[in-house]
Design a protein around this ligand. Structure first.
Ligand SMILES: *Cc1c(COP(=O)(O)O)cnc(C)c1O
Length: 384
């Protein structure tokens, strides 16, 4: 019944965990869910108010424009100028997306011919590889190793692979490893992309989720980046708006144009009321962002100290709302996640679900309050 394409998607590695989670919930176990990268904090009231007002306006009830409202694209350009000092033409260098996942998933369709290679970090957000496969391309994995600060070693990509590669996905601050990259790494990426004629897609939804005064750069801050790449960004994580489905792609106009052409044939844009609320999010007061980051910071500190206290080897992240922890020697990530689930009632994501090189790790998301995180640590202490 299904296409070959669908059968070539890698197996869904969370199936076991999902089953165990279902069983535990049925048994009535009080679960502490630290598995999904979905903020538990609410969207700020002034953004909800903007949606409500815009929803009442009948002009917003019709099909939106394909590229997105110019007003929203101008707000994105203004945000990039102010926060990242990146100059963008809102007419040609900004595209509204139905969440950044939508744009990431459609990008390979604009650029890959059958058999073309996409360079994909391992571990990484599964959409990069799976969208490549759905577009009849081939993912080539670049290992992200702790000894390289979870940055890919571009020099180890063979010239044969580099020549066949059409796209490269990157994501810093990184999900799941929490690693960050500086502009000098991005500069190397620009040189590599230029030498091998590769389109760089930098996925940056966590750029404002930072701690301890760290400032995460945009890929587009680096000289030459606008010739080789685009960046995906989103209101989802910073403004607690994952359910609203609003993201944007910015950067090179030809690349943006290619993605736009695919989208014109598949979707009909994002509800204008949501884009208007997005303008409010990007241009309005940002104190709610600061407030949320304080909350995540406290959770991060408690979980980090707790995990260290029970002997798990974990780095303190300076960005994202995850902790990427080594698992105890002799265990594997699916088994360890199952132990946490069945013995402690704690849901985590096994590292191998993000790729082979994620084996040996487990990801905790900071999506429960401090009391629950403390409770989680107490439960782990008594079991491990
Ligand atoms: C959450 C996430 C996204 C998707 O965000 P949306 O804008 O909600 O689609 C993309 N990339 C990474 C790495 C993420 O963690």
């Amino acid at each position: 019944m299904y296409s070959e394409r669908l059968s070539t998607l890698p197996p869904y590695l969370f199936a076991d965990i999902d089953r165990a989670k279902g069983k535990a919930i049925q048994k009535g176990i009080d679960m502490i869910d630290l598995s999904v990268g979905d903020p538990d904090l609410p969207t700020a009231p002034h953004i909800i108010e903007a949606l409500y007002e815009a929803a009442k306006d009948r002009n917003n009830h019709r099909y939106p424009s394909y590229a997105g409202m110019l007003g929203f694209r101008e707000a994105v350009a203004a945000w990039y100028k102010k926060v990242k000092n990146v100059r963008l033409d809102p007419q040609t260098e900004v595209l509204t997306l139905i969440g950044s996942k939508e744009g990431i998933a459609h990008t390979p369709f604009a650029f890959l011919n059958p058999g073309d290679i996409t360079l994909v970090p391992d571990p990484s957000y599964p959409v990069y590889a799976n969208a490549t496969i759905l577009a009849d391309g081939k993912p080539h994995y670049m290992p992200l190793l702790r000894e390289n600060d979870f940055l890919p070693d571009l020099g180890s990509v063979s010239s044969d692979v580099a020549k066949k590669a059409k796209l490269m996905f990157l994501n810093y601050p990184n999900n799941p490893t929490t690693a960050t990259a500086d502009s000098s790494f991005f500069k190397d990426v620009v040189d590599f992309a230029r030498d091998n004629d590769i389109i760089v897609c930098h996925d940056n939804p966590y750029s404002e989720m930072t701690y301890d005064g760290y400032r995460a750069p945009s890929f587009l801050e680096v000289d030459g980046s606008m010739e080789v790449g685009i960046e995906f960004h989103s209101v989802s994580k910073i403004y607690n708006m994952t359910g609203w489905r609003l993201g944007y792609a910015v950067g090179n106009r030809d690349i943006i144009g290619g993605l736009g052409r695919v989208k014109t044939n598949i979707d009909s844009g994002t509800f204008q009321a949501v884009q208007i609320a997005g303008i409010t999010a990007l241009t309005g007061p940002q104190d709610d962002v600061q407030r949320c980051m304080k909350i995540y910071e406290e959770r991060r500190n408690i979980l980090y100290n707790g995990l260290r206290g029970i002997g798990l080897d974990v780095d303190k992240p300076r960005a994202t709302f995850y902790l990427w922890s080594c698992i105890p020697e002799g265990s594997d990530s699916i088994d360890f996640s199952k132990v946490l689930l069945e013995k402690c009632g704690i849901v985590t994501t096994p590292g191998v679900g993000f790729g082979k090189c994620g084996e040996g790790y487990v990801r905790f998301a900071l999506t429960e309050g401090v009391d629950r995180i403390k409770e989680a640590i107490d439960r782990m202490k008594s079991v491990l």
